[in-house]
Design a protein around this ligand. Structure first.
Ligand code: 8YV
Length: 341
């Protein structure tokens, strides 16, 4: 009797030519169209497979794997893995992997783009123009804040935070950061960045960018109290995870002029966006696309495919997936405190 081929689930349509490599080793259950999977759907999909390739849209926790008796590996397409319950997976001996590094520079580019858009009111100005409200040149219209020569604050100084810091040198910005641990001196020098405590970061940043892992400890770390410590002229950019910012408090701060402007690529209830945020002019809103260059999204899928093949004991790296998530890891967006991403 022929040996049973392992079976894997691919939760969303990705890039067919990249995912095709899975077919060399496994039988593949490929979801045909972009869709939301609820917990029961994920549990059903995992019920009879050896491995899964999932995105941040799929929560894989204790309940979802309860009946997944064959499951040996879950490859997340994304550096952040707060959608996975790592303890539950590891307790069952299931290997979990993510996709760090390949998205660092692309995501840092986008963080910078959002910060600039918030500071210079780019999307607000475009809406103004498209709505036909530009009735003539106004010397004092739509004035923004400078980036050059200002102070950049970075919360979470991992790979992406460091990428943003390196970009800031070109704008002659002073760079402050806060992180769960201070970086080695050579990295600080390379990033031209100085370590400060959280309150100092809030108080001194002209532009604050959030790039820290999401966890219970970082939930709403930017709340009303934190926002009240920021300069009223400051901007806030979040490219990490929605739950890090208390969106109701942010809407209040932006609405009352307590904070000049913000840019969010991530939201607490994705894909839903709080109507209070949608109603504001002084906020840039994008649908979780920070890693979304074609080349990078392809590279993320390729790395996840490599991880899944290796984790299931196939291919040249059998048993050695390139980027496993370590037990009690703190290197992704599931760390216990503000940290690296
Ligand atoms: C991905 C992200 O688009 O990598 C991450 O953590 O948030 C994004 O780059 C997302 O995870 C896709 O699953």
């Amino acid at each position: 009797m022929a040996e049973r081929r392992p079976r894997v689930w691919v939760s969303q349509p990705l890039f067919d030519d990249v995912v095709a490599r899975l077919h060399d080793h496994f039988d593949v259950d490929q979801v045909a169209a972009v869709r939301e999977h609820d917990a029961a759907g994920v549990a059903a999909a995992l019920g009879d497979v050896d491995g899964a390739l999932v995105t941040l849209n799929e929560r894989v926790g204790r309940d979802e794997i309860a009946n997944a008796t064959k499951l040996r590996a879950v490859a997340n397409v994304g550096v952040g893995y707060n959608n996975l319950d790592i303890d539950a997976l590891h307790a069952r001996g299931i290997v979990a992997t993510n996709t760090p590094d390949v998205l660092t520079e692309t995501t840092a580019d986008f963080g910078f783009a959002l910060m600039m858009a918030a500071a210079r009111r780019v999307t607000e100005a475009e809406r103004h123009l498209r709505a036909g409200r530009w009735q003539g040149w106004n010397f004092k219209g739509l004035l923004g804040a400078d980036l050059h020569g200002s102070t950049l604050g970075i919360l979470g100084m991992g790979r992406i935070g460091q990428g943003i810091a390196r970009r800031a040198s070109g704008f002659e910005m002073r760079v402050l950061y806060h992180n769960r641990s201070r970086l080695p001196a050579d990295i600080e020098r390379d990033c031209n960045a100085s370590y400060v405590d959280f309150d100092t970061l809030l108080a001194q940043a002209d532009h604050l960018v959030l790039v820290l892992p999401y966890s219970a400890a970082s939930h709403h770390i930017v709340d009303a109290a934190a926002l009240a410590k920021m300069k009223p002229t400051a901007t806030l950019t979040n490219i990490a995870r929605g739950g890090i910012v208390d969106e109701a408090a942010l809407a209040d701060a932006l609405g009352s002029g307590r904070l000049a402007s913000a840019a969010l690529d991530v939201f607490e209830g994705e894909p839903a966006v709080d109507p209070r945020l949608l109603a504001l002019d002084n906020i840039v809103l994008t649908p979780h696309i920070a890693s979304g260059s074609l080349a990078t999204r392809r590279a993320m899928v390729a790395l996840a495919v490599d991880n899944l093949i290796a984790a299931l004991g196939a291919g040249p790296e059998a048993g050695r997936p390139p980027t496993p998530i370590a037990p009690a890891a703190t290197g992704g967006k599931d760390a216990k405190r503000p940290g690296t991403a």
